[in-house]
Design a protein around this ligand. Structure first.
Ligand code: ZN
Length: 190
């Protein structure tokens, strides 16, 4: 696990991949003492890691930092950085189904049903509390990333059979990658 004090010099952070057991660790709340210059550095590194991957959301859990922190940018131009610290869902409305992917489950996409609209309360990168209504892809993304903080992955919503197939596929992809054969790249992962 990364400690904030070690993270200063990092830019791109390694992303944990399924079935790494560290993805199952439940993230701890961020406290006022966590809002340090090192946290700002970590958030910038998480955005850089997410944009490079490329993805539209990243939970701290995925970079082996087990505190309640998410970064998201669902904008086309990749210039609307959203930070959610200690996020809580205040209300949910409706159900929508969207095809999801995940940077921790590369190359795998499947349809998952989630609340279509949510109202979230969280802190921004400076600790200021805000509330925001989210719908469409942003609602999906926040719910997907909040699951990561609970140690939950989108493949957990799929059948055991599908999950076993995915585990085998990723195992095969990793072996091929190790043998320097090109693997299929994800287009939009969360
Ligand atoms: Zn994910």
């Amino acid at each position: 696990m990364h400690e904030l004090s070690n993270i200063r010099a990092m830019a791109l952070l390694p992303i944990l991949e399924y079935p790494n057991p560290r993805l199952r660790i439940k993230a701890q709340p961020m406290t006022p003492a966590d809002f340090t210059p090192e946290l700002q550095q970590l958030i910038d590194s998480m955005f850089e890691t997410m944009y490079t991957a490329p993805g539209i959301g990243l939970a701290a859990t995925q970079v082996d930092f087990h505190k309640r922190l998410l970064v998201i940018d669902v904008s086309k131009d990749r210039e609307e950085q959203l930070v959610f610290i200690n996020p809580e869902i205040l209300s949910k409305e409706g159900v929508g189904t969207l095809e999801e992917g995940c940077l921790s489950v590369p190359g795998v996409f499947d349809e998952i049903a989630r609340a279509a609209k949510i109202r979230v309360r969280a802190q921004d990168r400076h600790g200021n509390v805000f509330e925001r209504d989210c719908d469409d892809i942003l609602a999906v993304c926040v719910q997907h990333e909040m699951d990561h903080l609970e140690g939950k992955l989108f493949v957990d919503y799929l059948s055991d059979l599908k999950r076993e197939r995915i585990r085998k596929k990723l195992d095969k992809d990793r072996k091929e990658k190790a043998a320097k054969k090109p693997a299929a790249a994800a287009t939009q992962a969360l």
